[in-house]
Design a protein around this ligand. Structure first.
Ligand SMILES: Cc1cc2nc3c(=O)[nH]c(=O)nc-3n(C[C@H](O)[C@H](O)[C@H](O)COP(=O)(O)OP(=O)(O)OC[C@H]3O[C@@H](n4cnc5c(N)ncnc54)[C@H](O)[C@@H]3O)c2cc1C
Ligand code: FES
Length: 268
Protein backbone atom coordinates (compact mmCIF):
# COMPACT_ATOMS: atom_id res chain seq x y z
CA UNK A 1 0.00 0.00 0.00
CA UNK A 2 1.19 3.53 -0.80
CA UNK A 3 1.83 5.53 2.38
CA UNK A 4 1.24 9.28 2.60
CA UNK A 5 4.34 11.53 2.48
CA UNK A 6 5.66 12.60 5.88
CA UNK A 7 6.46 16.30 6.42
CA UNK A 8 10.19 17.09 6.48
CA UNK A 9 11.79 20.50 7.01
CA UNK A 10 14.92 21.73 5.24
CA UNK A 11 17.40 22.32 8.08
CA UNK A 12 20.44 22.94 5.90
CA UNK A 13 21.03 23.56 2.22
CA UNK A 14 24.07 24.05 0.04
CA UNK A 15 24.36 25.05 -3.61
CA UNK A 16 26.76 22.49 -5.07
CA UNK A 17 26.81 23.98 -8.61
CA UNK A 18 24.71 26.40 -10.69
CA UNK A 19 21.93 23.76 -11.05
CA UNK A 20 22.45 21.33 -8.16
CA UNK A 21 21.71 21.68 -4.44
CA UNK A 22 22.07 19.45 -1.40
CA UNK A 23 19.25 19.53 1.15
CA UNK A 24 19.41 18.16 4.69
CA UNK A 25 15.91 17.23 5.82
CA UNK A 26 14.58 16.64 9.32
CA UNK A 27 11.19 15.08 10.12
CA UNK A 28 8.57 17.29 11.74
CA UNK A 29 7.22 14.29 13.66
CA UNK A 30 7.23 10.66 12.58
CA UNK A 31 10.41 9.75 10.68
CA UNK A 32 11.03 7.43 7.75
CA UNK A 33 12.94 4.20 8.42
CA UNK A 34 16.73 4.48 7.95
CA UNK A 35 18.05 4.48 4.37
CA UNK A 36 20.84 2.27 3.04
CA UNK A 37 23.31 3.61 0.42
CA UNK A 38 21.70 3.31 -3.04
CA UNK A 39 18.09 3.58 -1.85
CA UNK A 40 15.83 6.50 -2.70
CA UNK A 41 12.97 8.59 -1.34
CA UNK A 42 9.99 10.04 -3.18
CA UNK A 43 10.24 13.78 -2.45
CA UNK A 44 7.11 15.86 -2.86
CA UNK A 45 7.40 19.57 -3.64
CA UNK A 46 4.10 20.94 -2.36
CA UNK A 47 1.77 21.93 -5.18
CA UNK A 48 4.23 20.83 -7.87
CA UNK A 49 4.79 17.08 -7.76
CA UNK A 50 6.80 14.13 -6.51
CA UNK A 51 10.07 12.64 -7.84
CA UNK A 52 12.52 9.90 -6.84
CA UNK A 53 15.76 11.17 -5.26
CA UNK A 54 18.55 9.03 -3.84
CA UNK A 55 19.99 9.48 -0.39
CA UNK A 56 23.34 11.23 -0.84
CA UNK A 57 24.69 10.97 2.72
CA UNK A 58 23.69 8.90 5.72
CA UNK A 59 23.04 11.67 8.21
CA UNK A 60 22.91 11.47 11.99
CA UNK A 61 19.67 10.43 13.63
CA UNK A 62 16.53 10.86 11.57
CA UNK A 63 17.95 13.44 9.17
CA UNK A 64 18.23 12.55 5.47
CA UNK A 65 20.43 14.22 2.88
CA UNK A 66 19.62 14.49 -0.83
CA UNK A 67 21.43 16.13 -3.74
CA UNK A 68 19.12 17.31 -6.50
CA UNK A 69 19.86 18.56 -10.01
CA UNK A 70 17.25 20.97 -11.37
CA UNK A 71 16.10 19.55 -14.73
CA UNK A 72 12.33 20.15 -14.65
CA UNK A 73 9.42 21.50 -12.61
CA UNK A 74 9.70 19.32 -9.50
CA UNK A 75 13.48 19.15 -9.23
CA UNK A 76 13.65 22.94 -9.77
CA UNK A 77 11.12 23.51 -6.97
CA UNK A 78 13.07 21.25 -4.59
CA UNK A 79 16.41 22.89 -5.44
CA UNK A 80 14.90 26.31 -4.77
CA UNK A 81 13.71 25.43 -1.25
CA UNK A 82 15.19 27.69 1.43
CA UNK A 83 16.29 26.58 4.88
CA UNK A 84 13.03 26.24 6.82
CA UNK A 85 11.12 25.11 3.70
CA UNK A 86 8.96 21.97 3.71
CA UNK A 87 8.82 18.80 1.60
CA UNK A 88 6.84 15.58 1.81
CA UNK A 89 8.90 12.39 1.87
CA UNK A 90 8.12 8.70 1.36
CA UNK A 91 10.60 5.85 1.57
CA UNK A 92 13.07 4.30 1.82
CA UNK A 93 12.55 2.52 -1.51
CA UNK A 94 14.48 0.18 -3.75
CA UNK A 95 17.58 -1.96 -3.56
CA UNK A 96 20.84 -0.85 -1.94
CA UNK A 97 24.44 -1.16 -3.10
CA UNK A 98 25.56 -4.64 -2.06
CA UNK A 99 28.67 -3.71 -0.10
CA UNK A 100 28.88 -7.17 1.49
CA UNK A 101 29.67 -8.54 -1.98
CA UNK A 102 32.77 -6.33 -1.94
CA UNK A 103 34.19 -7.51 1.39
CA UNK A 104 37.81 -8.50 0.89
CA UNK A 105 37.81 -7.14 -2.68
CA UNK A 106 39.10 -4.03 -4.41
CA UNK A 107 36.34 -1.48 -5.00
CA UNK A 108 35.83 0.71 -8.02
CA UNK A 109 33.27 3.49 -7.53
CA UNK A 110 32.61 5.15 -10.88
CA UNK A 111 30.25 8.09 -11.36
CA UNK A 112 29.04 10.34 -14.15
CA UNK A 113 27.49 13.72 -13.28
CA UNK A 114 24.81 13.59 -10.58
CA UNK A 115 25.52 9.83 -10.37
CA UNK A 116 28.07 10.59 -7.66
CA UNK A 117 25.15 11.44 -5.30
CA UNK A 118 23.85 7.87 -4.72
CA UNK A 119 27.46 6.64 -4.54
CA UNK A 120 28.66 9.06 -1.84
CA UNK A 121 27.09 7.18 1.11
CA UNK A 122 28.69 3.99 -0.22
CA UNK A 123 32.10 5.68 -0.29
CA UNK A 124 31.50 7.04 3.23
CA UNK A 125 30.76 3.48 4.40
CA UNK A 126 33.94 2.08 2.86
CA UNK A 127 36.10 4.94 4.16
CA UNK A 128 34.66 4.36 7.66
CA UNK A 129 35.43 0.61 7.60
CA UNK A 130 38.48 0.15 5.37
CA UNK A 131 39.61 -3.09 7.06
CA UNK A 132 36.64 -4.89 5.45
CA UNK A 133 37.68 -4.00 1.91
CA UNK A 134 40.64 -4.02 -0.45
CA UNK A 135 41.76 -0.91 -2.31
CA UNK A 136 39.19 1.82 -3.05
CA UNK A 137 39.20 3.96 -6.18
CA UNK A 138 36.64 6.74 -6.67
CA UNK A 139 36.45 7.91 -10.29
CA UNK A 140 34.12 10.77 -11.21
CA UNK A 141 33.34 12.48 -14.49
CA UNK A 142 31.50 15.75 -15.14
CA UNK A 143 30.67 17.77 -18.23
CA UNK A 144 32.70 20.82 -17.18
CA UNK A 145 34.73 21.85 -14.10
CA UNK A 146 31.73 23.93 -12.97
CA UNK A 147 29.62 20.74 -12.85
CA UNK A 148 31.90 18.85 -10.45
CA UNK A 149 30.14 17.87 -7.25
CA UNK A 150 31.43 17.34 -3.71
CA UNK A 151 34.83 18.95 -4.19
CA UNK A 152 35.06 19.20 -0.40
CA UNK A 153 34.79 15.42 -0.10
CA UNK A 154 37.48 14.62 -2.62
CA UNK A 155 40.50 15.25 -0.39
CA UNK A 156 39.25 12.43 1.88
CA UNK A 157 38.87 10.15 -1.15
CA UNK A 158 42.27 10.86 -2.69
CA UNK A 159 43.87 8.35 -0.37
CA UNK A 160 43.47 5.46 -1.27
CA UNK A 161 42.63 6.90 -4.71
CA UNK A 162 40.26 9.48 -6.13
CA UNK A 163 40.29 11.18 -9.50
CA UNK A 164 38.02 13.45 -11.49
CA UNK A 165 37.85 14.20 -15.18
CA UNK A 166 35.80 16.61 -17.29
CA UNK A 167 34.49 16.38 -20.85
CA UNK A 168 35.07 20.06 -21.63
CA UNK A 169 37.78 21.96 -19.74
CA UNK A 170 37.33 25.64 -18.97
CA UNK A 171 40.08 28.25 -18.87
CA UNK A 172 42.45 27.53 -16.01
CA UNK A 173 41.50 23.84 -15.61
CA UNK A 174 44.69 21.84 -15.09
CA UNK A 175 43.04 18.51 -14.26
CA UNK A 176 42.20 15.53 -16.41
CA UNK A 177 40.09 15.76 -19.57
CA UNK A 178 38.24 12.84 -21.15
CA UNK A 179 35.55 10.28 -20.46
CA UNK A 180 35.52 8.58 -17.08
CA UNK A 181 36.77 5.26 -18.49
CA UNK A 182 40.16 6.91 -19.15
CA UNK A 183 40.64 7.04 -15.35
CA UNK A 184 40.64 3.23 -15.21
CA UNK A 185 44.26 3.36 -16.36
CA UNK A 186 45.22 5.05 -13.08
CA UNK A 187 42.98 3.13 -10.69
CA UNK A 188 44.57 0.44 -8.56
CA UNK A 189 42.64 -2.82 -8.74
CA UNK A 190 43.04 -6.51 -9.49
CA UNK A 191 40.23 -7.26 -11.98
CA UNK A 192 39.58 -10.81 -10.76
CA UNK A 193 39.15 -9.53 -7.17
CA UNK A 194 37.20 -6.34 -7.86
CA UNK A 195 33.61 -5.25 -7.29
CA UNK A 196 32.51 -2.13 -9.23
CA UNK A 197 29.68 0.30 -8.45
CA UNK A 198 28.48 2.48 -11.34
CA UNK A 199 26.02 5.36 -11.52
CA UNK A 200 25.51 7.90 -14.28
CA UNK A 201 23.94 8.18 -17.72
CA UNK A 202 23.14 4.74 -19.15
CA UNK A 203 25.54 5.19 -22.06
CA UNK A 204 28.36 5.91 -19.59
CA UNK A 205 27.50 2.87 -17.45
CA UNK A 206 27.38 0.55 -20.47
CA UNK A 207 30.73 1.82 -21.81
CA UNK A 208 32.32 1.55 -18.37
CA UNK A 209 30.94 -1.94 -17.71
CA UNK A 210 32.20 -3.13 -21.09
CA UNK A 211 35.67 -1.70 -20.36
CA UNK A 212 35.72 -3.41 -16.97
CA UNK A 213 34.60 -6.76 -18.39
CA UNK A 214 37.28 -6.42 -21.09
CA UNK A 215 39.84 -5.99 -18.31
CA UNK A 216 38.59 -9.11 -16.51
CA UNK A 217 35.99 -7.89 -13.98
CA UNK A 218 33.08 -10.37 -13.85
CA UNK A 219 29.68 -8.93 -14.95
CA UNK A 220 28.05 -10.25 -11.77
CA UNK A 221 30.55 -8.17 -9.78
CA UNK A 222 29.46 -4.93 -11.43
CA UNK A 223 26.49 -3.12 -9.88
CA UNK A 224 24.66 -0.34 -11.75
CA UNK A 225 21.94 2.09 -10.62
CA UNK A 226 19.18 2.40 -13.23
CA UNK A 227 16.63 5.20 -13.54
CA UNK A 228 13.11 5.20 -14.90
CA UNK A 229 10.17 7.50 -14.22
CA UNK A 230 8.45 6.50 -11.02
CA UNK A 231 5.00 7.11 -9.61
CA UNK A 232 3.91 4.73 -6.84
CA UNK A 233 7.44 3.50 -5.93
CA UNK A 234 5.91 0.38 -4.34
CA UNK A 235 5.61 -1.97 -7.32
CA UNK A 236 1.98 -1.30 -8.26
CA UNK A 237 1.68 1.15 -11.15
CA UNK A 238 4.22 -0.24 -13.64
CA UNK A 239 5.65 3.19 -14.53
CA UNK A 240 9.20 2.10 -13.75
CA UNK A 241 9.12 -1.16 -15.74
CA UNK A 242 12.30 -2.17 -17.56
CA UNK A 243 11.88 -5.59 -19.15
CA UNK A 244 10.95 -8.00 -16.36
CA UNK A 245 12.09 -5.54 -13.66
CA UNK A 246 10.11 -2.95 -11.73
CA UNK A 247 12.96 -0.60 -10.89
CA UNK A 248 11.30 0.88 -7.79
CA UNK A 249 11.30 -2.62 -6.27
CA UNK A 250 13.95 -4.68 -8.15
CA UNK A 251 16.23 -1.65 -8.58
CA UNK A 252 17.56 0.94 -8.81
CA UNK A 253 20.71 -1.07 -7.99
CA UNK A 254 20.91 -4.08 -10.31
CA UNK A 255 23.78 -6.45 -11.05
CA UNK A 256 25.13 -5.90 -14.56
CA UNK A 257 24.75 -9.54 -15.61
CA UNK A 258 21.00 -9.00 -15.05
CA UNK A 259 20.82 -5.48 -16.49
CA UNK A 260 22.92 -5.96 -19.64
CA UNK A 261 20.51 -8.14 -21.67
CA UNK A 262 17.62 -5.73 -20.95
CA UNK A 263 19.62 -2.61 -21.79
CA UNK A 264 20.89 -4.23 -24.99
CA UNK A 265 17.34 -5.11 -26.13
CA UNK A 266 16.38 -1.45 -25.68
CA UNK A 267 19.24 -0.46 -28.01
CA UNK A 268 17.81 -2.47 -30.96
C1 LIG B 1 15.81 5.80 -8.35
C2 LIG B 1 16.11 7.20 -8.81
C3 LIG B 1 16.97 7.98 -8.08
C4 LIG B 1 17.24 9.29 -8.48
N1 LIG B 1 18.10 10.03 -7.73
C5 LIG B 1 18.34 11.31 -8.08
C6 LIG B 1 19.20 12.12 -7.30
O1 LIG B 1 19.76 11.69 -6.28
N2 LIG B 1 19.37 13.40 -7.68
C7 LIG B 1 18.77 13.92 -8.81
O2 LIG B 1 18.97 15.10 -9.12
N3 LIG B 1 17.98 13.17 -9.59
C8 LIG B 1 17.74 11.88 -9.24
N4 LIG B 1 16.90 11.13 -10.02
C9 LIG B 1 16.32 11.74 -11.23
C10 LIG B 1 15.11 12.59 -10.86
O3 LIG B 1 14.10 11.77 -10.32
C11 LIG B 1 14.61 13.29 -12.13
O4 LIG B 1 15.54 14.26 -12.52
C12 LIG B 1 13.25 13.94 -11.87
O5 LIG B 1 12.29 12.92 -11.83
C13 LIG B 1 12.90 14.95 -12.92
O6 LIG B 1 11.60 15.46 -12.61
P1 LIG B 1 11.20 16.96 -12.92
O7 LIG B 1 9.74 17.12 -12.70
O8 LIG B 1 12.10 17.90 -12.21
O9 LIG B 1 11.53 17.09 -14.44
P2 LIG B 1 10.70 16.51 -15.73
O10 LIG B 1 9.84 17.61 -16.22
O11 LIG B 1 10.07 15.23 -15.37
O12 LIG B 1 11.90 16.29 -16.71
C14 LIG B 1 12.70 17.37 -17.20
C15 LIG B 1 13.72 16.81 -18.19
O13 LIG B 1 14.57 15.86 -17.52
C16 LIG B 1 14.45 14.58 -18.16
N5 LIG B 1 14.40 13.57 -17.11
C17 LIG B 1 13.36 13.30 -16.29
N6 LIG B 1 13.65 12.31 -15.46
C18 LIG B 1 14.90 11.93 -15.77
C19 LIG B 1 15.77 10.93 -15.26
N7 LIG B 1 15.39 10.10 -14.29
N8 LIG B 1 16.99 10.82 -15.80
C20 LIG B 1 17.37 11.63 -16.81
N9 LIG B 1 16.59 12.59 -17.35
C21 LIG B 1 15.39 12.73 -16.83
C22 LIG B 1 13.16 14.62 -18.93
O14 LIG B 1 13.23 13.75 -20.07
C23 LIG B 1 13.08 16.05 -19.35
O15 LIG B 1 13.88 16.29 -20.47
C24 LIG B 1 16.64 9.82 -9.65
C25 LIG B 1 15.77 9.03 -10.40
C26 LIG B 1 15.49 7.73 -9.99
C27 LIG B 1 14.56 6.88 -10.80
S1 FES C 1 6.86 3.24 -9.71
FE1 FES C 1 4.99 2.14 -9.69
S2 FES C 1 5.62 0.11 -10.07
FE2 FES C 1 7.49 1.19 -9.83
Amino acid sequence: MMSAPLPYRVVDRRDETHDTATLVLEPAGEALAPFAPGQFAMLYAFGVGEIPVSVSRLADGHRVTHTIRAVGAVSRALCALPTGGWVGARGPFGTAWDTAAAHGNDLLVIAGGIGIAPLRPLVDTVVAGPHLFGRLSVLAGARTPADLLYEDDFPAWEEPFGAVTVDRPSAGWTGRVGVVTTLLREARFTPSDTVAFLCGPEVMMRATARALIHQGVRPDRIQVSLERNMRCAVGHCGHCQLGPLLLCRDGPVVRYDRAEPILNVREL
